[in-house]
Design a protein around this ligand. Structure first.
Ligand code: IDP
Ligand code: MG
Length: 154
């Protein structure tokens, strides 16, 4: 059994524009994951470049930064057992064309450059804490118990 942990998730501008915030939040809520922070915001270039710093040398970097700053995003922190890996698995492969049906990208997207959602990478240790810190101050995050937790966890 893994520890409870927190992960950073963001509905990208395409997901917001297509009215998919509710659908995406519902999937995580239904799974038993707990929302502990959220904000609706339009990213500036500096934050976008810091968030995607690992990709700064890639040919798609300029398009990616332009896209992610073009319209508002919905940024969230979700908590739960093995949350980083479980949410990545629910999001699906980076390219929606390769993402399995049943995943968010596999159900809601078609194009690599419009893949609806971001989630912290479970193969990059510390990415979740780094990304949470980039987008949220400590006092914007909450600690509370969901009423179903007794029946969600053994
Ligand atoms: P991830 O979002 O599944 O973690 P990454 O490889 O970290 O995927 O890439 C970050 C984002 O950059 C992707 O979600 C996608 O929006 C964009 N991206 C990745 N590879 C390409 C590409 O080859 N062409 C265009 N955009 C890309
Ligand atoms: Mg990534």
């Amino acid at each position: 059994m893994s520890d409870r942990e927190r992960t950073f998730v963001m509905v990208k501008p395409d997901g917001v524009q297509r009215g998919l915030i509710g659908e995406i939040v519902s999937r995580f809520e239904d799974r038993g994951l707990k929302l502990v922070g959220a904000k609706f915001a339009q990213l500036d270039r500096e934050l976008a470049e810091r968030h995607y710093a690992e990709h700064e040398d890639k040919p798609f970097f300029e398009d990616l930064v332009g896209f992610i700053t073009a319209a508002p995003v919905f940024a969230m922190v979700w908590e739960g057992q093995d949350a980083v890996r479980q949410i990545r698995s629910m999001i699906g492969a980076t390219d929606p064309a390769e993402a399995a049906p049943g995943t968010i990208r596999g159900d809601l997207g078609l194009d690599l450059g419009r893949n609806v959602i971001h989630g912290s990478d479970h193969e990059d240790p510390g990415a979740n804490e780094r990304e949470i810190g980039l987008f949220f101050d400590d006092d914007e995050l909450t600690d509370y118990e969901r009423i179903d937790e007794t029946w969600l966890y053994e």
